[in-house]
Every structure is written in C-alpha cells, then in structure tokens.
Design a protein around this ligand. Sequence first.
Ligand SMILES: NC(=O)c1ccc[n+]([C@@H]2O[C@H](COP(=O)([O-])OP(=O)(O)OC[C@H]3O[C@@H](n4cnc5c(N)ncnc54)[C@H](OP(=O)(O)O)[C@@H]3O)[C@@H](O)[C@H]2O)c1
Length: 247
Amino acid sequence: MNKVALVTGSSRGIGKAIAKILLDNGYIVYISGRNEKQVNNTILEFNNQNAKPLIIDLSLEDNLKNSLSDIFLTESRIDLVVCNIGSGKSKLGLDADLQEYKRMFDINFFSGVMASLHSIEYMKQYGGHIVFIGSIAGCEHIGAPLTYSSAKTALISYSKNLSYEVAKYKVRVNCISPGNVMFDGSTWDNKKKEDDKKVEDYIKNNVPLNSFAIPEDIAKAVLFLEQSDFITGTNIVVDGGQIRKII
Ligand SMILES: NC(=O)c1ccc[n+]([C@@H]2O[C@H](COP(=O)([O-])OP(=O)(O)OC[C@H]3O[C@@H](n4cnc5c(N)ncnc54)[C@H](OP(=O)(O)O)[C@@H]3O)[C@@H](O)[C@H]2O)c1
C-alpha cells in the first residue's frame, strides 16, 4: 500500500524537492500552494499520478482542518506531514515591531503547530510521522532577523517536546534545519543577483563545505528520517558544517 504524505508549501523550492523524493519512493503526495498555476505546473513537471493538487492557504486553520479531512476521506490514511511553510523575509534587528513578530510567528511557528496538531488526530489511530522544516537561524545566532530566528527556535523546541507527547501513539516527530539553500527564484538567488561577491564571500567565510545546499539535500534528510523507524525528537542540521555549536 502506498504511504500518503502532505507536504505543506510544495509547489516550489525545498517543499517541491521533498515532494519529488517521496513520489520517487512510491508515496502519494499532496502538493500544496496558494498559486494554482504554480501547483499545476509542478504536478505536470512531476508527471506522476500519485501527485495530487492542494490549492489552498494552509496558514488558515479551517483550510488546514478541511484539507486533512478530505485527504483522509480520499486515502483512508495520512502517514507523513511535512510542515514546510515558512519565510525568513522580515525586518532586521530592532526594526521589527510586535505586529511583525506576530506575522512571522504565524508563518514560521503556528502554521507548523496547526498542521501537526490536526494531523496527529488522524495519526493517533495507526501511527505516523511529522517533520518540521526549521532553520539554522533557530539553532544559533547567524544574524538573521530576530523575528525569524526566534520563531524557528520555538519550532525546534516544539518539535522535541511534542515527540514525547505522541510517542505512545507510534507517532514520530522530527525536525530538519537547513542552512543556505539555493534554487531559481529563492531568497539567496535574489541576493546573489543583487551582490554576487558579497554572497560568495559569505559562503566562503561561513560554510566549511564552501557551497550552498540544494533543495534535494534537504529532501534526502526527510527520506532518511522516514526510513528510520527508531528516530524521534531529533533535529538534523543540513548546512555544510556552518553552525559551530558542539551539542
Ligand atoms: N531557502 C533557504 O535558504 C532556507 C534555509 C533554511 C530554512 N528554510 C525553510 O525552509 C522552508 C521552505 O523554504 P523555501 O525557501 O523553499 O520557501 P519558498 O521558496 O518561499 O516556497 C514556499 C512554498 O510554500 C508555499 N506556501 C507559502 N505559504 C503558503 C501557505 N500559506 N499555504 C500554502 N502554501 C504556501 C509556496 O507557494 P505559494 O506562494 O503559491 O503559496 C511555495 O510552494 C521554510 O520553512 C523556510 O523557513 C529555507
């Protein structure tokens, strides 16, 4: 029987690569995004009958609840939910006011909390796996916006603590924290177009493996976690060696 996965925010970037690796490994995958054209183009590109469209804003709780209910009614199971929606675009340093913190926590923290809490209701019956996409900005100080860093730290903490609460239902919970990920149209792609030398110097001076990650690097970590039945409550850092903490 095919496993069933929802990857929130999977019409482009990291989520798209995660959806692709799952499809290649026999999963039925719901490809989500708000932009209908982008979701449909991604599904056309995948050319796989197990790729199913979910064109909806998943940061809204009712949409999320209804989508999970529809998936369960159609597939009779939900095995994996990858909570990938997030954005680092915010005001730097002290420029962010409380409203901006709330906006960034909605995108980067509460979207994951909602997706996990509602999917656990289905997974409780027969087990499952939740994977959060964090960031190295949530693991240590790298000069990212405070709004983003603190929301991702909260997400990593939530992931660890949640894993204890749901282990009794055979639900595993893990997190992956990417470093700097490059793909067409990404934040890093735009920064590079603005100032190529500054970005290259940043990578050279901060990333021991001296390159960007590509979305497939993150996707491989998701597949690894899926195939690792005894791993729960962990945070896998995929950053070319950038962060300096030892434990
Ligand atoms: N890129 C990096 O260097 C990097 C590094 C560390 C961590 N991360 C984390 O990795 C995750 C993915 O990043 P990314 O760079 O791949 O993002 P991205 O390029 O902005 O892609 C986001 C995806 O999510 C969809 N999306 C956004 N908001 C949505 C919503 N409310 N409902 C449904 N779909 C939504 C987008 O489609 P629509 O816009 O059409 O909805 C798109 O498919 C984020 O959590 C980010 O914080 C990224």
